[in-house]
Design a protein around this ligand. Structure first.
Ligand code: HEM
Length: 447
């Protein structure tokens, strides 16, 4: 049993962080070539992170006691963005209780209620796209997924509040994207509107005012007949019969928004990228959508018949998992394989590297959706939504939304990638996104 951390890059932690921000995939691949399946990377003012990409090790981490390996503690860097009462930042009993409270609307019948809203919002966006000239599709996907969350999670209807909140959130997301160093505590200093952090704080104050007013308005009105997630949380009571406070509600709503909007939009942008770059996959998808829908929108209960689309979404998330790794802070010394991890380090299953192992995937760079039709990979070989007790609560919601948006695009549009475009991976906040917003050209649109 080794008690020292696995080796990794020896460059100063600032250099490692800058490399991570600028060229994350080459950095990961380089480390794997040099150091193997397990290595340690270091960023300033953060605990050392030990990355794992062997499925046996990933399984040990995801099935370890959540008290010994803590996701909430490992996600502490997100606290200034989400607030202290975010599910992502909780551990132990509190996490278990809160997760139980948030889960129901993300499954089964309740989730299917949101299908019509998703389809209408996708159609509205599709109607607004220009014909015959390149435009970036990633911001369009963000527009759809943000709107889906504002309607289904927040239950906001058209009006000045929705418009203002949408503007504030779009501006805040752009700030974080343009200033990735805002993720680092040192740069989170409020020197007024001239600094990015100062601007972020002003946006947050205004968004809070709108949200708190909305909570008050909803508390005084009946929630009967409403199926949005905010209405459900307003009714929820803890074991002492107490409702959630404004701050608790705000933190959970922002968590669902931040965790659910950019992630789904960016995966959709990569999905289009992969499909447009692989004409045989595009043809297969068109045939499938035509076969199931006969040119009409595909009803929610028939989405399950789109098996090639399901496999294509999975293959996109395998080749381009937009969140490249997840973390667990070591709270009690824990052995993973023959490595003894001490308190104060983070164990990080690396999604990207596990998804690119030749022993599991053969030729991992090849885009082959059929892989997912031929075999079903295990949860420690393919885990774009993380794993164990922290597996993404929005996984089914996101997959459902991606199928609806993509099947509408395939049914109504003929489109291609913009001429000469070559996607580079850039970082947006914590996600890997395609460069230049992934420009496309729409050639034909059906009503
Ligand atoms: C393609 C889209 C998405 C991807 C790739 C994604 C990915 C992830 C990942 C990797 C995690 C961390 C899991 C872990 O630590 O093991 C996570 C957690 C989470 N996600 Fe997602 N997510 C997506 C969509 C969504 C949506 C639509 C929502 C909600 C509306 C959502 C809400 C959450 C929440 C609340 C957590 C924290 C769960 C916990 O800590 O118990 N996500 N997601």
């Amino acid at each position: 049993m080794s008690s020292t951390l696995p080796i990794g890059p020896r460059s100063p932690s600032v250099v490692q962080m800058l490399r991570w921000i600028r060229r994350p995939i080459p950095m990961l691949e380089d480390c794997r070539t040099r150091y193997g399946d397990t290595f340690t990377i270091r960023f300033p003012a953060m605990p050392p992170m030990v990355l794992f990409s062997d499925p046996a090790a990933v399984k040990e981490i995801f099935t370890a006691s959540p008290d010994a390996l803590r996701a909430g503690e490992a996600n502490a860097i997100l606290e200034p963005f989400l607030g202290t009462n975010s599910l992502l930042l909780m551990d132990g009993q509190r996490h278990k209780r809160e997760r139980k409270l948030l889960m129901p609307p993300f499954h089964g019948e309740r989730m299917r209620l949101y299908g019509d809203v998703m389809r209408t919002l996708a159609d509205d966006a599709i109607d607004s796209w220009p014909l015959g000239r390149p435009f970036p599709i990633h911001p369009e996907m963000q527009r759809i997924t943000l709107e889906v969350i504002l309607r289904t999670v927040f239950g906001l209807d058209e009006g000045p509040q929705l418009t203002r909140l949408r503007d504030l959130l779009t501006e805040a997301a752009a700030l974080i994207t343009d200033h990735p160093l805002l993720m680092v505590e040192f740069f989170q200093r409020d020197f007024g509107r001239l600094t990015a952090w100062g601007r972020a704080m002003r946006l947050r104050e205004e968004a809070d005012r709108i949200l708190f007013a909305e909570f008050a308005r909803r508390r005084s009105a009946s929630t009967a007949g409403r199926d949005d997630i905010l209405s459900m949380l307003l009714e929820a009571r803890d074991e002492h019969g107490q409702p959630m406070s404004d701050i608790e509600l705000r933190d959970e709503m922002m968590t669902l928004l931040i965790a659910g909007h950019e992630t789904t939009a960016t995966t959709l942008a990569w999905l289009l990228h992969r499909v447009l770059a692989n004409p045989s996959v595009l043809d297969g998808l068109r045939d499938e959508v035509q076969h199931v829908g006969h040119g009409e929108p595909i009803a929610s209960e028939r989405l399950g018949e789109l098996t090639l689309l399901d496999a294509t979404i999975k293959e996109t998330m395998r080749t381009m998992p937009i969140i490249p790794m997840v973390g667990r802070a070591v709270h009690t010394p824990t052995a993973i394989g023959d490595i003894e991890l001490p308190v104060g380090v983070v164990a990080a299953p690396c999604i990207y590297l596990t998804h690119h192992r030749t022993d599991i995937w053969g030729d991992p760079q090849a885009f082959r959706p059929e892989r997912f039709l031929e075999t079903k990979p295990g949860p420690y070989e393919f885990f774009p939504f993380g794993g164990g007790t922290r597996h993404c609560i929005g996984a089914a919601f996101a997959s459902y939304e991606m199928k609806i948006v993509m099947s509408q695009i395939l049914t109504r549009l003929e489109l291609r990638a913009a001429p000469g475009y070559r996607a580079r991976v850039i970082r947006r906040g914590i996600a890997f996104a395609p460069s230049a917003g992934m420009p496309v050209v729409v050639e034909r649109r059906a009503a």
